[in-house]
Design a protein around this ligand. Structure first.
Ligand code: HMG
Length: 431
């Protein structure tokens, strides 16, 4: 399998492949979440805030709470194991393992290295982490897709895992937008879930201090309202870049709003309301780019309907797990396919990945004919139903635990847990 070498006139100076012959994308998804969650109404009451601010203002219902034994490695390894089982892939057919994360466990040894060992993957593969805030997983996905499409993979597949623990200070404005989890993706040829439009993406980056986490700090620093502005500014530029390339490749018709030609759009979801804001901005780009006059009140109504049809179906898991940083976009994708996989079969959807700091990418792909069946194997409902709701006191207790102080529980079946540091080495146990 090789990408076509002929090119059409590039936009923004970059040559765009006239026709990509490679069919490459996401073949299977495995998800892992912490075993406990906090109900956002309980958090709001404890903070003396109207619960509607969290449930309607932010669109958040529950958030996953990781205790120290459920670190990034444990979550990543559990999700990776599930994805491999769902794809029924012989690990010997893997040539690349990338973990996108911004909550690594060591300055030098990547999370991917631990996962490689825990899953007993072949020695003959590339293994590394990618980091750029919430974009880190997309960096891994794009590398994997282009590696396979170029032919360099030689028929092998990749395992790309997005794993993070989103942690802000207790009683800060960011507190209701925490979460944790991992989304693992098998990336390969003839994918069952989503075939990516290779070479059709718009990107936007700028050096901003909207969100960051200085070395040695567990909690993120964030300029919350500014971070929303940075995200919206990035989505507009990245979307326009995608739109121009999609039109050049005749994936969308010119003369009609490109966004409306996508059956659905998954956005990076730090909290669900952000996806609504992003979608409004994308629609605004289409309106500004068209010569036709538009009426703001009519647009408000249309935007609400379009949000319900194109975006809301992707938010079910995000509303109940919270921000998973690198994994949030792919949790949205998993949720979308879980809710609408059958009706989206063979239809094109859009995806927007944002990493604070910032870098971002708008891209697209076509949902596979077997997507509904394949995502059902991820058993996402069971995963959520198996969790335990914790009290606010238990939440405070877990937040106060030192990172090296795991609770003495065994891992859940199929899972892993961090058991402590011995001789300066992190130790894990699997079940
Ligand atoms: P805040 O200032 O406490 O909230 O923090 P607010 O006052 O802006 O209110 C939030 C919404 O609730 C508003 O809606 C209010 O109107 C509404 P909006 O005007 O935005 O549509 N509201 C109510 N609704 C119903 N009933 C009520 C009520 N009261 C208010 N009674 C903020 C909000 C998001 C800033 C904060 O939680 C925060 O700092 N979060 C972390 C930062 C973040 O998530 N940024 C998102 C963009 S950056 C990003 O996505 C990257 C990231 O994932 C990191 C990475 O890349 O690694 C974060």
């Amino acid at each position: 399998m090789r990408a076509a070498s002929s090119t059409a006139a590039g936009l923004g100076g970059a040559p765009v492949p006239a026709r990509a012959e490679a069919r490459v994308g996401i073949d299977a998804i495995g998800v892992a979440v912490p075993r406990r969650y906090l109900d956002l109404e309980d958090l709001a009451r404890a903070r003396g805030i109207d619960p509607a601010k969290y449930t309607h203002g932010l669109g958040a219902l529950e958030m996953a709470i990781a205790e120290p034994g459920e670190d990034t490695v444990s979550l990543a390894a559990a999700a990776g194991r599930r994805a491999l089982e769902i794809a029924r892939l012989d690990p010997r057919d893997l040539g690349l393992l990338v973990v996108g994360t911004e909550t690594g466990v060591d300055h030098s040894k990547p999370v991917a290295s631990f996962v490689h060992g825990l899953l007993e993957l072949p020695r003959t593969m590339r293994v590394y982490d990618t980091q750029h805030a919430c974009y880190g997983g997309t960096a891994g996905l794009m590398t994997a897709v282009e590696w396979i499409a170029s032919g360099a993979a030689g028929g092998r597949s990749a395992l790309v895992i997005c794993a993070d623990i989103a942690r802000y200070g207790v009683a800060t404005a960011g507190e209701p937008t925490q979460g944790a989890g991992a989304v693992a993706m098998i990336v390969g040829a003839e994918p069952a879930l989503l075939e990516l439009d290779i070479g059709v993406a718009g990107t936007c980056s700028s050096h901003v201090h909207d969100f960051w986490r200085p070395l040695g700090q567990r909690e993120a620093q964030v300029d919350g309202h500014y971070s929303i502005e940075c995200y919206l500014d990035a989505v507009a530029t990245a979307y326009r870049g995608w739109k121009a390339r999609a039109a050049a490749r005749e994936l969308v018709r010119t003369g009609a709003p490109a966004g409306e030609q996508l059956a659905a759009i998954c956005y990076h979801v730090p909290f669900c309301k952000m996806a609504r804001k992003a979608h409004t901005r994308v629609r605004r780009c289409d309106l500004e780019d068209s010569a036709a006059p538009w009426d703001a009140s009519v647009e408000e109504l249309r935007a609400a309907t379009s949000f319900q049809e194109q975006v809301e179906p992707s938010l079910g898991l995000c509303a109940r797990i919270g921000n998973v940083y690198t994994g949030s976009l792919y949790l949205g994708l998993a949720g979308l396919l879980h809710a609408r996989g059958a009706e989206l079969a063979r239809r094109r959807i859009g995806l927007f990945s944002y990493g604070s700091g910032c870098t971002s990418e708008f891209f697209s792909g076509v949902v596979g004919a077997r997507a509904a069946e394949r995502i059902a194997a991820a058993r996402l409902d069971e995963l959520l139903a198996a969790r335990e709701r914790i009290s606010i006191d238990e939440y405070h207790r877990i937040m106060a635990l030192a990172p090296g102080a795991p609770l003495g529980e065994p891992p859940v079946p199929g899972g892993f847990r961090f058991t402590g540091v011995e001789d300066h080495r992190r130790r894990y146990v699997g079940a």
